[in-house]
Design a protein around this ligand. Structure first.
Ligand code: ARG
Length: 473
């Protein structure tokens, strides 16, 4: 008989069992579920809702069930629908009728909300850790390339030269915001919904704060209706994850471009590329492409969750069972991408000479010629027009600005003097951007020092929070 079979006169249709069951995917929550139950049963005994010796037996039983599930020795069935009822059933099989006391003052509605939060907060710490590792790899590439110049692009047209370190640091900043977002969301995830019961609270004199403290939560989700029906924290996670995978996808796109023969700016390590079954010469940046591709499924989970929730009256509705697979898949997808990206970036060969060549054979110093004229008091708009003429002339002659003689230059403007060659040299062009956050070498070095500090802050956050979520281990 089903745990809830009392008021039914017929067995459930088999297809209904199959359709409504969540055990195939929510078994991922097993250890969190049992951890929550251990805290709950301790509270029941402390509040004298059940006798201490019953609580002891239940705890012993739960630990055996936990071990059996871990070892793959427990039978989890669709008939028992979800992880919560499977665990309860296994417990009763283990310790007998006393196991039936576990669910006193609790509902699957507050239980599942608890499990989701326990799972997610654990994953958030791991994700911050992985993001930090990726930042370290990017920072290392920045350190090795503080003198590497490449064209910066707008509209994918060469625009102005930048340091490769500067480019890497842009991603460090992006991932830093991702980390901040996750850290901020952690506060909202890390609250205990347990004690909300089915929706209205419970008649038993429970102690919600005690359970929250046992599980290292920062407090409870206060309103019982909200506690069981809130999945904002899942949406927030999916949204934050969408931003992270979008950032990874943009970096992926750059790696794909840079590793093409057309750019030839980087060579990805063989260990992070794959070949073609037909074309023997090929080396494909599959990891980067796949990460770019996987952004689609993560955005899909975000829109899916928002859509599932949008018409739901409070409190729990079965629709909410749809909260799990998207969240699990997003955690796995992001973890997988980050775990690969850090070593792929760390082992990437940067082809400094090719990058420099692309800067030298180009007009990305044209703005600097205009700025030079502005410094001689020519209005910028006029300077822009003069330089446009110079560039047009060079294109017609198939040469670059630095190939012009001083006489050539002075045909366009008498303001130009010998010092122009120093001004237009690529390294000078880079170092002239000497403003906060600019690409001048010293400014990029400043960014790196700051980033290094923030990295150690992230690391202490990880250490503190890894302990918080560590109730399982
Ligand atoms: N398997 C359910 C879920 O994941 C657990 C909660 C079910 N609650 C209920 N009253 N049917 O959402």
């Amino acid at each position: 008989m089903k745990l809830w079979g009392g008021r039914f006169t017929k067995p459930t249709n088999e297809l209904v069992d199959e359709y409504t069951a969540s055990i195939s995917f929510d078994q991922k929550l097993a250890q969190y579920d049992i951890q929550g139950s251990l805290a709950h049963v301790e509270m029941l005994a402390k509040c004298e809702i059940i006798p201490a010796k019953d609580a002891e037996e239940i705890k012993k039983g739960l630990k055996i069930v936990a071990e059996k599930i871990k070892a793959g020795e427990a039978e989890l069935t669709e008939v028992n629908e979800d992880i919560h009822m499977n665990v309860e059933k296994l417990l009763i099989d283990e310790v007998g009728a006393v196991g039936g006391k576990l669910h006193t003052g609790r509902s699957r509605n507050d239980q599942v909300a608890l499990d989701m939060r326990l799972y997610l907060r654990d994953s958030l710490v791991t994700l911050v850790e992985l993001l930090t590792k990726l930042q370290e790899a990017l920072l290392e590439q920045a350190q090795s390339n503080l003198d590497t110049i490449l064209p910066g692009y707008t509209h994918l047209q060469r625009a102005q030269p930048v340091l490769f370190a500067h480019h890497m640091m842009a991603y460090v900043s992006m991932f830093e915001r991702d980390i901040e977002r996750i850290q901020d969301s952690f506060k909202r995830v890390n609250r205990s919904p347990l004690g909300a019961g089915a929706l209205a609270g419970t008649t038993f004199p429970i102690d919600r704060e005690y359970v929250a403290e046992k599980l290292n939560f920062d407090g409870v989700v206060e309103n019982s209706l909200d506690a069981v029906s809130d999945r904002d924290f899942v949406v927030e996670f999916l949204s934050n994850a969408s931003l992270s995978i979008m950032h990874l996808s943009r970096l992926s796109e750059e790696l794909v471009q840079w590793s093409s023969a057309e750019f030839n700016f980087v060579e990805l390590d063989d260990a992070f590329c794959t070949g073609s079954s037909m074309m023997p010469q090929k080396k494909n940046p599959d990891v980067a492409e796949l990460v770019r591709g996987k952004s689609g499924r993560v955005y899909g989970h975000l829109i899916g969750m928002l859509t599932t929730l949008k018409g739901l009256p409070i409190a729990y509705n079965k629709d909410m069972q749809e909260d799990k697979e998207g969240m699990f898949d997003t955690v796995e997808t992001l973890k997988g991408a980050l775990a690969l990206f850090a070593p792929m970036i760390a082992t990437m060969e940067v082809k400094k000479d090719n990058m420099y060549e692309a800067v030298a054979k180009d007009f990305s110093n044209a703005t600097d010629l205009a700025d030079y004229l502005v410094n001689k008091d020519l209005p910028f708009r006029e300077a822009h027009a003069v330089v446009g003429q110079v560039v047009l002339h060079c294109i017609q002659e198939n040469i670059y600005l630095l190939d012009l003689s001083i006489a050539d230059f002075r045909n366009f403007s008498k303001l130009i003097e010998e010092d122009i060659y120093d001004v237009l040299a690529p390294r000078a062009v880079v170092n002239a951007r000497d403003v906060v956050g600019g690409t001048a070498r010293n400014r990029v070095a400043d960014q790196m020092t700051q980033a290094d500090k923030r990295l150690s802050e992230s690391k202490s956050w990880i250490e503190i929070h890894a302990k918080k979520v560590n109730v399982l281990k």
